[in-house]
Design a protein around this ligand. Structure first.
Ligand code: PBG
Length: 348
């Protein structure tokens, strides 16, 4: 990074000593950047970022019933599935070399207490058990949130016209414990209530799950890019929106503070979501923590590429790999992406 680029957004995070000294004054023709681009092996030698399948997590949407595989119209290739059908896809996913899944359960009955979020035989709990039974090696991440289980679609307990933070946290702790009891390998709270990481950590520890990591959706923005997911998870809020708990897309310093708080409360992995419009947040997060950073390449990001590719406007494979490369290059260690299966096929 040259010292001349004073406008660079990262400069404020860097001390003078971390800036690279100008070691050479040489310019063209002594310096020819194209030398190292001449052949494919040379380009491979100097390539800085690699997309690898073992760093990807594939999302699944599970519904009660049997023999159900219902396409989500806005997300070609993605389905709501019953557990039997889901297991067939998990077999395919495992054969492709994908090591991790994140589960979103859609219960038969929703209420205003999210009872099914912590029910022992809830759809998410059953799905976790079924996968761990047949594929014990598979990393099963449980998305811990209340919106899929609430009749009103909000991520917490509605009280008056707002969301009751502390009451919601109590339910989230119960949900996390029941997901761990079902066999989840990682708990991923996506609700954005204050203090939930510390409370969930304590709840897990008190119930003998001190070795279960928490992947915190730390900087989760109130984003229009979640649109297709809400069709998939049937979790669109019936009234209002999520702006009183999810972050304002305009804010980056606040995102860093959210990340720092989650780390202080015991997060093992911090997440930035969405990914592509928030690469600066990923890059800045990389500078303040040595913990693994996950990025969620969300539904709308997927749908846009699928739609453009279906119209023949872009080369899907190139654009997907370029997008994921960008997210890794920004500093992510893990990407949750609906493209995971396609990527696994392309890279094999
Ligand atoms: C639940 C949740 C959402 C997503 C992941 N967990 C939706 C939301 O907050 O509205 C979005 C994922 C995606 O768009 O792919 N809180």
């Amino acid at each position: 990074m040259s010292t001349e680029r004073k406008s660079n957004i990262y400069m404020s995070d860097m001390t003078i000593s971390t800036r690279q000294p100008a070691t050479t004054k040489a310019t063209f023709p002594a310096v020819r950047m194209r030398r190292m681009r001449a052949t494919s092996p040379l380009r491979g030698l100097v390539r800085e970022t690699k997309v690898s399948v073992e760093k990807l997590i594939y999302p699944l949407f599970i519904v009660p019933g049997s023999n159900i595989k219902k396409p989500i119209s806005s997300m070609p290739g993605i389905h709501q599935q019953s557990i039997d059908s889901m297991l067939k896809e998990v077999e395919e996913v495992a054969a492709l070399g994908i090591k991790g899944l994140i589960l979103f359960g859609i219960p038969e009955h929703k209420d205003d207490k999210a009872s099914q979020a912590f029910a022992k035989s809830g759809i998410t709990q059953e799905a976790i058990r079924a996968i761990k039974n047949s594929y014990p090696e598979m990393i099963v991440v449980a998305d811990t949130c209340l919106c899929e289980y609430m009749d009103h679609g909000h991520c917490g307990i509605v009280s008056g016209t707002g969301i009751d933070n502390d009451e919601s946290v109590k339910i989230l702790v119960k949900a996390a414990i029941s997901q761990a009891q079902a066999g989840a390998d990682i708990i991923a709270p996506s609700d954005m209530m204050d203090g939930r990481i510390g409370a969930i950590r304590q709840g897990l520890d008190e119930n003998g799950f001190e070795n279960i990591p928490i992947m915190a959706y730390s900087a989760k923005f109130a984003s229009g890019f979640y649109g297709p997911f809400r069709e998939a998870a049937e979790s669109a809020p019936r009234f209002g929106d999520r702006t009183s708990y999810q972050m304002d897309p305009a804010n980056s310093r606040e995102a860093l503070q959210e990340i720092e708080l989650d780390i202080a409360e015991g997060a093992d992995i911090v997440m930035v979501k969405p990914a592509l419009a928030y690469l600066d947040i990923i890059a800045r997060a990389r500078m303040i923590t040595n913990l693994p950073i996950a990025a969620y390449n969300v539904s709308g990001e997927y749908s846009m590429i699928k739609a453009a590719a279906a119209n023949g406007w872009i080369d899907e494979r190139r654009v997907v790999l370029e997008s994921l490369t960008g997210i890794f290059r920004a500093g992510a260690d893990i990407i949750i992406t609906y493209h995971a299966k396609d990527v696994a096929v392309w890279l094999s």
